[in-house]
Unconditional design. Sequence first.
Length: 74
Amino acid sequence: VALQLKIAGDIYTARAGIEAVASKVGMVLLGVGAMHFFNLFVFTRIRARYGAPNVPPVTPDGWTRIHPQGAEAV
């Protein structure tokens, strides 16, 4: 990240500085997003390969009561 944020030229105005930083940070975020997508893809393939069921890791053992609006809580 530090190498990607390095700016080669001179910056003479605040606007140019903000644009340079925004473009550099944007490229870093695109790279991190691509790596995140690749990780999710790999983990999904690993899960499918070993036949893990598509269920939550823990079954629910309770529930939360939902009160209608304006009703007093019990």
